[in-house]
Ligand binder design. Structure first.
Ligand SMILES: [Ca+2]
Ligand SMILES: [Ca+2]
Length: 104
């Protein structure tokens, strides 16, 4: 009678090792605050909400955020951020790029 799939996901407590393994695909040193900040930014830019930013999302997202449009800027950002060159910036790529921008 129980909904097993749902039950299972709720039952497993999110342990630290679990969280760490989720983050292993980018070797970042983000604090939880930074990660939250980036995640908010990412959500704002991912206009269609599919979990990745493409050039169209970026353009529209920047307009929505009130960022002045600089011709070629979105493309440059995409090129810089899209490390595996699949035409989309996922959150890992986004976070890495913001980190690099912050350091430089
Ligand atoms: Ca998107
Ligand atoms: Ca990519």
């Amino acid at each position: 009678m129980e909904v097993k799939a749902d039950d299972q996901s709720k039952r497993s407590p999110s342990t630290n090792s679990n969280v760490q393994s989720q983050n292993r695909n980018h070797n970042h040193t983000l604090t939880p605050e930074q990660e939250e900040h980036y995640s908010e930014l990412f959500d704002q830019l991912d206009v269609d909400g599919d979990g990745r930013i493409d050039a169209k999302d970026l353009k529209e997202g920047l307009i929505r955020m009130g960022v002045p449009q600089v011709p070629g800027h979105a493309q440059k950002f995409m090129k810089k951020s899209d490390q595996n060159e699949d035409g989309h910036v996922d959150f890992a790529e986004f976070a890495i790029c913001l980190e690099n921008m912050r350091k430089n």
